[in-house]
Ligand binder design. Structure first.
Ligand code: SF4
Ligand code: SF4
Length: 271
């Protein structure tokens, strides 16, 4: 079996510069790559769409960005709904038939990731094709990787070509995850540090005798990684938490307990 093509996206490296979005537009606006894809309109569709999330409360907040192209799911919900239009290539890339997708607005609604867009100008449903035209060597490009990955200045987006076994090892070693894995737990797009977008934190600051209390042992009851030392400004942050009930202890004494449904700044605590 041949190698599969993957996009690995490190959420912690994305700064929302939008180079990926712009490079995707540049590749497809006024450029028809039929039969892979017809051109994109100038406005509207965002084949590489960057979602934004703010966690916590002032002044302890965390902002992160999730670049979200088609996830090239396996199996693909869109293929299940439109088996005559959607196909999955040997290398894992999910493609829409450019002729059969004409007039098929229903395709937009069947993607649980919101990754299929309707091109009103061309009257056709479209999405990210993982730059299959470039990867197949049919675009005259000197660099054989998706445009968005090539243009990412922080290496938040990495293109990977690997057999499934080797990539499974990488998934395990780097803790890669699928976004919204209840829709599709396999495919060609995998995320690193996804907790920044999908999990919560409990944060706060410690004060002793009117000064920031750094280097103090803080324990979180109810979590897997429950211990850390407060930082230079007395701050602590337990991240990657599910909604649930937790307690924060300083030197064994409980200073806060409660149930969180989202990230929480418990404020400054005198110890
Ligand atoms: S992300 Fe949406 S369009 Fe892409 S393969 Fe999955 S279901 Fe289909
Ligand atoms: S892989 Fe290509 S088509 Fe897909 S979002 Fe990136 S630039 Fe656009």
């Amino acid at each position: 079996m041949g190698k599969k093509k993957y996009l690995v996206i490190d959420v912690s490296r994305c700064h929302d510069c939008n180079n990926c979005f712009v490079s995707c537009k540049d590749e497809f606006f006024m450029n028809s790559w039929l039969p892979y894809s017809d051109e994109q309109p100038r406005h509207g569709p965002r084949w590489m769409n960057i979602e934004r999330l703010e966690r916590g409360q002032y002044p302890r907040v965390d902002v992160c960005y999730l670049p979200k192209p088609c996830q090239h799911c396996s199996p693909a919900p869109c293929a299940k709904a439109f088996p005559d239009i959607v196909t999955t290539r040997e290398d894992g890339i999910v493609m829409l038939d450019t002729e059969k997708a004409k007039g098929q607005r229903g395709l937009v609604d069947v993607c649980p990731y919101g990754a299929i867009w309707y091109n009103e100008e061309k009257d056709v449903a479209q999405k990210c094709i993982l730059c299959a035209h470039i990867l197949d060597g049919n675009a005259g490009a000197s660099i054989c990787m998706p445009r968005c990955a090539h243009c990412c200045p922080t290496e938040a987006l990495t293109y990977v070509e690997a057999d499934e076994e080797a990539f499974a090892k990488r998934i395990a070693e780097e803790g890669l995850e699928r976004y919204k894995s209840d829709f599709s737990d396999n495919g060609q797009v995998w995320y690193k540090n996804l907790y920044r977008f999908t999990k919560h934190f409990i944060t706060g600051g410690l004060i002793k005798d009117g000064e920031c209390a750094d280097g103090v042992k803080v324990t979180l009851k109810g979590a897997d990684a429950p211990e850390q030392l407060s930082g230079d400004y007395g701050d602590f942050r337990f991240d990657g938490l599910d909604p649930g009930t937790y307690a924060v202890l300083v030197d064994g004494k409980e200073i806060w307990s409660g149930t969180i449904a989202e990230s929480l700044n418990i404020g400054n605590i005198n110890i």
